[in-house]
Design a protein around this ligand. Structure first.
Ligand code: NOJ
Length: 568
């Protein structure tokens, strides 16, 4: 875990089921990935994160693993993965896998065996007696259902699952479980992968007594299983016993973490992990989860971005993202479908030039959008279904469906739109999940041919950031933190400044450039409009050759501009 290579690359997340179908069964697979590696190379991608492709009953689409050592037949087999890996490496693309070790599927053989009270596997999981008859062992709630415990009438005990009842929490306090985890890590690292994205890794250590959540703490989002008592010890053990022996990296998913707490995982001489994914910036239009919608607040988003940039500066390395398979499409949330191309590009600029390693989620580079389905039966996500079932007990069905349409993770799980042809070029067969109706106008083939597309903007920006030392090393400073419409930040390094201006509104906003900015010397590197005028009274436009002397601009809808300013 020594190489710094992950700092100079842009990663791309593949959620295999919806990426590209290569064998004609309507389900995305590794054959499809193999065919698209050149596309990723052209995008400038230097690493791939695969969401789980292991055998799974798919209660939570792959995050309920029943065998850690092979590949689900619908996605391929180890041979095709070998080919994908070799080709990726030949293109200088690293590959990391999802390591889901907080829980296994209830169909994993460990859990099956653990149903027998006398089996050594019993202690692989949390089997407990209820407090009283008919009552769960504690009051923990699950993210995907009501209670975090399910009762087994055969052994008269309950088992713990923080997520779906088919995702059973592993007991990491059991040394045998930790040995299993290390064995899984070694298997894939020996196979040649370059690291792991570690699923809900901050939940893997539970306090031995499994105490009740306290109401006031729970309201604030504090849980006993979050960053539990032995979390650092276990992550250090994984690092020392396995990861240190390979040139690999890790990025941990840390749902509730603050940047200060993140430092305890990612800073110091021998950090537990290389990076963590925080969540705060994904909550700028909702309360913790998208299911509690609020109006979008740019100030919330900026506070989240800036607090992470500042806290980690010089101490640790950030993981940057705006989309993944757990959130609706960002263009439909923080951007505007009406200003599709403009806001798609602006959103790219708002995070790709921050300090850290960016992750792009499949289809984000095309500006894929949310997609409302007309009935709940068409949604596949277990969370959407559960939320619908619960909420419709007290709220009108139509109203609940509208929230689901906006909030469901399925928004980001529709097939990638490759062409304007049949099934968006995703598959010759009927896709496993409906294709977004807007594919005739939003698709990779058309965007590749259009120099002004969102895709080509991503390509140029990624190419720029990958070789830019200022993006790698520069300090970050936010300007205008109080603005409700503009996000402006600069990166400064060795006498050079990058100024990034992002408008999050269709309204015209007057912006005065910072002191020292001279229109004559500032080089406009990127803009999402064809021209980049300064205000009329300033006497000219950047391209007109006339020199503006009072650098001010009035933004156009979702405008972004990136300037390079070199000290004279
Ligand atoms: C986080 C994953 O990203 C999400 O998709 C999954 O449902 C939960 N962890 C449980 O594994």
């Amino acid at each position: 875990m020594n190489g710094d290579w992950y700092k100079d690359r842009v990663f791309y997340q593949i959620w295999p089921r919806s990426f590209k179908d290569g064998n004609g069964d309507g389900i995305g697979d590794l054959y499809g990935v193999y065919d698209k590696l050149d596309y990723l190379k052209e995008l400038g991608i230097g690493g791939i994160w695969f969401s789980p492709f292991y055998p799974s009953p798919n209660a939570d689409y792959g995050y309920d693993i029943s065998d850690y050592y092979s590949i689900a037949p619908e996605y391929g087999d180890l041979d095709i993965f070998r080919k994908v890996l070799d080709k990726a490496h030949s293109l200088d693309i690293k590959v990391i896998l999802d390591l889901v070790i907080n829980h296994t599927s209830d169909e994993h053989e460990w859990f099956r065996k653990s149903r027998d009270k006398d089996s050594p596997y019993r202690d692989y999981y949390f089997w407990r007696k209820g407090k009283k008859e008919g009552r769960a062992p504690n009051n923990w709630s699950s993210f995907f259902s009501k209670g975090a415990w399910t009762f087994d009438p055969e052994t008269m005990e309950h088992y713990l699952h923080l997520h779906h009842a088919k995702q059973v929490d592993l007991n990491m306090d059991n040394p045998a479980v930790r040995e299993e985890v290390k064995k899984i890590m070694r298997f894939w690292l020996d196979f040649g992968v370059d690291g792991f994205r570690e699923d809900v890794i901050t939940y893997i250590s539970k306090p031995a007594a499994l105490p009740d959540d306290l109401f006031f703490q729970a309201v604030k989002g504090l849980r006993f299983y979050d960053c539990g008592p032995r979390i650092h010890e276990y992550l250090q053990e994984f690092r020392t016993d396995v990861l240190d022996k390979y040139d690999c990296m890790t990025v941990g998913e840390a749902p509730m973490i603050t940047p200060q707490r993140a430092l305890t995982f990612v800073s110091g001489n021998h950090p537990d992990l290389n990076m963590v994914f925080g969540f705060r910036h994904m909550e700028a239009d909702c309360l913790y989860k998208e299911y509690l919608p609020l109006p979008f607040s740019l100030r919330k988003l900026k506070r989240a971005f800036t607090s992470w940039q500042n806290a980690l500066n010089g101490k640790a390395w950030n993981a940057l993202y705006l989309e993944n398979h757990d959130h609706p499409r960002v263009l439909s949330r923080y951007g505007s479908e009406r200003y599709h191309d403009e806001s798609g590009k602006m959103l790219a600029a708002c995070y790709l030039l921050q300090k850290g390693t960016p992750f792009v989620y499949q289809g984000q580079e095309l500006g894929m959008t949310n997609f409302a389905l007309p009935s709940i039966e068409q949604y596949e996500d277990c969370v959407a279904r559960k939320q619908y079932e619960n909420a419709t007990k007290v709220l009108p069905k139509k109203f609940v469906l509208r929230i689901i349409q906006r909030a469901t993770r399925d928004n980001s799980r529709s097939p990638v739109q490759w062409t304007g042809g049949k099934n968006a070029g995703f598959s010759d067969a009927e896709p496993w999940f409906p294709v977004n109706r807007n594919y005739p106008s939003i698709n990779a083939a058309d965007e590749a041919a259009d120099p002004d597309s969102v895709l080509n903007f991503y390509r140029r920006l990624i190419a720029f950031r990958t070789k830019s030392r200022i993006v790698r090393y520069g300090d970050y400073r936010e300007l205008l933190p109080l603005s409700r419409s503009l996000y402006v930040y600069e990166r400064t390094w060795q006498g050079e400044t990058l100024l990034v201006i992002c408008s999050f509104t269709e309204k015209a906003v007057r912006y005065r450039f910072p002191k020292g900015f001279a229109a004559e010397t500032a080089e406009l590197l990127f803009c999402n409009y064809r021209t980049a005028p300064f205000d009329a009274e300033t006497g000219g436009t950047a391209r007109s050759g006339r020199k503006p002397h009072c650098p001010r601009m009035t933004t156009r809808p979702y405008e972004t501009r990136i300037y390079r300013i070199t000290k004279q």
